[in-house]
Design a protein around this ligand. Structure first.
Ligand code: PRP
Length: 214
C-alpha cells in the first residue's frame, strides 16, 4: 500500500462536495463512490485510499499519520488544534459559527450556560468577550438546548439558517467564517511532496476557475 496516498474524508454533507471537487480536478472516482457504506475505499487507478471518518475526527487521523491528507472544516481545525499543515482553502461547504438563542432574551447574570459541539472555540470566544460562561458539550441537535432550558445560548454552525428559523431561534453574534481545508501530515508532506503538490495544484486550478467565473 506504500504507493497509495491515504486521504481522510469527512462523512456527511461535506463529502459529496469534496468528491465533486476531486472529479473536477480530473481524478477518476468510481460512480458508486458517494453511495458506498464502506469506510475504506481504494481507487486503484489513482492510487488513492480514502478513509471515511466523522468530520471532527479527520484532523486526528492526519495528525497521527494514518492518513496522509484530509479534508476538514475550519471549524474542526479551530476546535481540535491538531499538529497538521493546512495546504489549501477548498472554498466548499461555506458556513459560519455563531452565537444563537431564543429571541429577546439576555444571558443569565449568574452562571450563564452555553451549549455547543465546539467547547474550545466557544470558551475562547466568551473569554475574549470578558464573559464568564459555563460550557455544556453536546454532540448534535444543539438548537434543542435553549428551547428546552438547558442553556441560555448556543454556539453552532449556521449554513442556510433554516435550523435556527424553524426552531424559533435567532443569531446574536457571528464568530468566524468556515470553509473546508485540505490538510496534510507534516511527515507525509516531506516524503510525498511531489504527489501532494500535484494534487494541490490541480485542486487550486479548479477553485480559481470557479472563482473567476462567478
Ligand atoms: C448542522 C449545525 C446546525 C445545522 C445548520 O447540524 O449543527 O444544526 O447544521 O444548518 P442550516 O443553517 O442550513 O440549517 P448537522 O445537520 O450537521 O447535525 P447535528 O445537529 O447532528 O450537528
Amino acid at each position: 500500500m506504500n504507493d497509495y496516498l491515504t486521504i481522510a474524508m469527512p462523512k456527511g454533507r461535506i463529502f459529496e462536495e469534496a468528491a465533486e471537487l476531486l472529479r473536477q480536478a480530473g481524478y477518476k472516482l468510481p460512480p458508486e463512490f458517494e453511495d458506498s457504506r464502506k469506510l475504506i475505499i481504494d481507487v486503484e487507478e489513482e492510487k488513492f485510499r480514502f478513509i471515511l471518518a466523522k468530520p471532527m475526527d479527520v484532523p486526528t487521523y492526519v495528525e497521527h499519520g494514518v492518513a496522509d491528507l484530509g479534508i476538514a472544516g475550519k471549524d474542526t481545525m479551530l476546535e481540535e488544534e491538531r499538529d497538521v499543515y493546512e495546504l489549501l482553502d477548498l472554498q466548499i461547504s461555506e458556513c459560519y459559527l455563531a452565537v444563537a438563542g431564543l429571541p429577546n432574551t439576555k444571558m443569565n447574570d449568574v452562571a450563564p450556560k452555553v451549549a455547543t459541539k465546539y467547547p474550545n472555540v466557544a470558551a475562547a470566544y466568551f473569554r475574549e468577550q470578558g464573559e464568564q460562561v459555563e460550557i455544556i458539550k453536546l454532540n448534535g441537535s444543539i438548537e434543542l438546548a435553549p428551547i428546552i432550558g438547558l442553556s441560555d445560548r448556543i454556539v453552532d454552525i449556521v449554513s442556510t439558517g433554516r435550523t435556527l428559523v424553524e426552531n424559533g431561534l435567532v443569531e446574536y453574534e457571528r464568530i468566524v467564517d468556515i470553509t473546508s481545508r485540505l490538510i496534510v501530515n507534516p511527515v507525509s508532506y516531506r516524503i510525498q511532496e511531489e504527489r501532494i503538490s500535484e494534487l494541490v495544484e490541480r485542486l487550486a486550478g479548479v477553485i480559481q476557475g470557479a472563482v473567476s467565473v462567478e
